[in-house]
Design a protein around this ligand. Sequence first.
Ligand code: HEM
Length: 135
Amino acid sequence: MSANTPPAAEPTPFQRLGGEPGVRTLVDRFYYLMDLEPGYAVLRALHPADLSGSRDKLFWFLCGWLGGPAHYESRFGHPRLRARHLPYSIGIQERDQWMQCMLQAMAELAVPEVLAQRLADALYGTADWMRNRGG
Ligand code: HEM
């Protein structure tokens, strides 16, 4: 490397997950598990019978949230995530099922532990902020 070469930029979480195909795989596993596992039944029941719309929206959102292309914003504008979740009753149990489902998806796809932990911490903040009922 010559003295004039700028240091390589740190890869974004989006890049570290494998870009769009990696984020899609994570979102697909998340909804697959939500559908499959009895432990996520309360979370599943809040969602429509056909999960394909939910799947696309979470994929578009996470691409931008992870430092990749802003697909969600370009389609729907500002995410206003908390407002968009107000129609659903979200308490501690719903938050914890969402988090557990995402943690299981990341573990099953062998997302590197340090990255998975970093994402889990950030996602927890977002999931907790979505609560709109006590308990
Ligand atoms: C805390 C527990 C959560 C519950 C119970 C929950 C539940 C839901 C439900 C039922 C929908 C509607 C699905 C549909 O219209 O097909 C939804 C939409 C969505 N959720 Fe969540 N969610 C939670 C947390 C999160 C988190 C942490 C994120 C982001 C990291 C997220 C991102 C989204 C997005 C982007 C949408 C689509 C919004 C729209 O454009 O209408 N959710 N969620």
